[in-house]
Design a protein around this ligand. Structure first.
Ligand code: HEM
Ligand SMILES: *[C@@H]1O[C@H](CO)[C@@H](O)[C@H](O)[C@H]1NC(C)=O
Ligand SMILES: *[C@@H]1O[C@H](CO)[C@@H](O)[C@H](O)[C@H]1NC(C)=O
Length: 331
């Protein structure tokens, strides 16, 4: 078990030098690393502390916060729309099929945002808080650092339909998932390396049960699933509906540690979701999986670069957005 406090110090020490590194400073876009230097100088400390505190209570929260940021960015851009509750005028993303009874971490974001408001009222958007919280969560889980730039505004609406259409499903063919990444300006490599996020966190039986008993109507399990993993999953997820919401770790070797074990698992037929294991079955992605399985530094470096791209998708600046006071509703 690593010590969070030791990591904490390393992060404080490294943060300024890494964020100044030209390696990450590509297009930059409309966002800026120093955006809150004057308007909210304590932002980093507040968010880091909030995530650390949440992790003391719930070891899964790091995974949940990363996924929340992914789902925010992937649906109509990183605009905090995933955080909005349904209203009379729109049905939001929270109850869309991939999110309902699945995404979590809202209370943690609410609580961090409340602390940020106390220190810097109406200065920092919810989308930026979420982007930073996801980064801190991964660093505290032993994963890589990536520089987060700021200035995203919060959107004024959210769409259940967009979430249903734009988020990838684990049952889709890899080609379809790839197309969804390409539609967001990401590429095949981003898809492979960001899937490495499944090195932490959990999935409900209903997301992979199709592989356990009757794969694609064959009456048999998925042949690309290791047999001892298969029997253990069949025990967790017996073939009855009431097991649907039970959980299995996406990376059973180290479910709370952000490392490259996910790719080692794939090499050993131990991927949990069909969409995970598909990455080694497709010749276009197999070599990348193999590289990441043997080179943890390559994985860290590429994951960081792709997280920067993810955090820049469809950001809202200027018109059409606001700095929400509370993340669950527009002002
Ligand atoms: C490539 C397409 C992807 C598909 C099909 C997919 C699908 C899923 C599914 C089905 C779950 C389990 C949800 C549940 O059972 O409630 C899950 C969990 C998760 N996903 Fe993905 N995902 C994908 C990409 C990503 C990306 C790009 C990230 C982040 C960069 C990510 C981060 C996570 C995390 C951290 C969890 C665990 C969440 C928790 O334990 O609360 N996923 N994903
Ligand atoms: C602690 O985590 C659990 C989920 O595991 C959550 O339901 C609860 O609200 C959290 N408590 C605090 C004080 O954050
Ligand atoms: C994959 O995409 C094709 C073309 O857009 C579509 O017709 C098909 O239904 C999709 N498959 C799944 C399983 O979503």
């Amino acid at each position: 078990m690593y010590t969070p406090s030791a990591l904490f110090c390393i992060v404080l020490y490294l943060a300024p030098s890494i964020s100044a590194s030209p390696y990450y400073d590509k297009s930059g876009g409309p966002l800026a690393y120093n955006f809150y230097d004057k308007s909210c100088p304590n932002l980093f400390m507040i968010v880091r502390w909030g995530v650390w505190e949440a992790l003391q209570n719930d070891t899964r929260i790091a995974a949940s916060l990363l996924r929340l940021h992914f789902h925010d960015c992937f649906v109509d851009g990183c605009d905090g729309s995933v955080l909005l509750d349904d209203t009379n005028s729109f049905k939001g993303e929270k109850n869309a099929f991939p999110n309902r009874n699945s995404i979590r971490g809202f209370e943690v974001i609410d609580s961090i945002k409340a602390d940020v408001e106390k220190s810097c009222p109406s200065a920092v958007s919810c989308a930026d808080v979420l982007a930073l919280a996801a980064r801190e969560a991964i660093v505290l889980s032993g994963g890589p650092f990536w520089p987060v730039s700021f200035g995203r505004l919060d959107g004024l609406t959210a769409s259940e339909k967009s979430a249903n259409e734009q988020l990838p499903a684990p049952f889709e063919p890899l080609q379809n998932i790839t197309a969804k990444f390409v539609a967001k300006g990401l590429d095949l490599k981003d898809m492979v390396v960001l899937s490495g996020a499944h090195t932490i966190g959990f999935a409900q039986c209903l997301t992979f049960k199709n592989r356990l008993f009757n794969f694609k109507g064959s009456g048999k399990p998925d042949p690309s699933l290791d047999s001892s993993m298969l029997s253990s999953l069949q025990t967790t997820c017996p073939n009855v509906d009431k097991s649907n919401s039970k959980l299995a770790p996406l990376d059973s070797q180290s479910m709370y540690r952000f490392d490259n074990t996910y790719y080692k698992n794939l090499m050993n037929k131990n991927g949990l979701l069909e969409s995970d294991q598909a990455l080694v079955l497709d010749p276009k992605t197999a070599a990348m999986v193999e590289d990441y399985s043997t080179d943890p530094f390559l994985f860290s470096k590429d994951f960081s670069a792709s997280m920067v791209k993810l955090g820049n998708i469809g950001v809202l600046t200027g018109q059409g957005g606001e700095i929400r006071k509370k993340c669950r509703s527009v002002n």
